[in-house]
Design a binder for this molecule. Structure first.
Ligand SMILES: [Zn+2]
Length: 114
């Protein structure tokens, strides 16, 4: 099967290297931390599909800007505190503060507790 454009991260543009989050089927880029859906399901059955960034399309340019300006891991939002998350508490705090100033509405949901 073909994976289109599967080699480079949509946010940090580096060659993709992923680590699992605490959420089934979701991984994050080990460099920038952005989450990807790896396991896809349709009607409860696992199906083969390319990895898909787990960020709303509208936020991709904002998250890319965050990465370019801050160059520190983005909290995936898919791991528990003390779990597999690669972003530290300080990274999460920085991200949350930056998003409040630059990211617009977040529907009251913080990407990661800080
Ligand atoms: Zn990345």
């Amino acid at each position: 099967m073909m994976y289109d454009n599967a080699e480079f991260c949509n946010i940090c543009d580096s060659e993709v290297c992923l680590s699992w989050t605490d959420t089934h089927g979701l991984a994050q880029c080990v460099k920038c931390g952005v989450p990807y859906v790896i396991y896809h399901y349709e009607g409860g059955v696992r199906v083969d599909k390319p990895r898909q960034i787990a960020i709303n399309d509208d936020y991709i340019p904002i998250i890319r800007r965050y990465w370019q300006e801050n160059n520190r891991p983005i909290p995936s939002g898919f791991s528990f505190a003390g779990g597999q998350e690669i972003a530290s508490r300080d990274d999460a705090k920085c991200f949350n503060e930056w998003m409040k100033l630059n990211g617009g509405a977040t529907d009251g949901q913080e990407p990661c507790e800080s």
